[in-house]
Design a protein. Structure first.
Length: 72
């Protein structure tokens, strides 16, 4: 049975200072933990406390793309 509840996850915003490979790896780890019980639930992927002006916008795109590309 599918749950009717969504959960919200937070990735440490400092992750966006890493390489694209590191960002993808951390996103996958975050989502793996969220779906560890094998149940498909809603999930809101976000950054723990936002993004700073010093983050490369390309790295923010890597974060969003990694979330969209994640497969359960």
């Amino acid at each position: 049975m599918q749950s009717s509840k969504a959960i919200q996850g937070n990735l440490d915003p400092a992750t966006l200072y890493g390489s694209p490979a590191t960002i993808r790896s951390e996103v996958n780890a975050m989502l793996d933990r969220a779906y560890a019980d094998g149940e498909k639930t809603g999930y809101i992927a976000n950054l723990g406390h936002g993004i700073t002006q010093w983050v490369n916008p390309d790295n923010a795109k890597v974060f969003v793309d990694a979330v969209h590309d994640y497969k359960i």
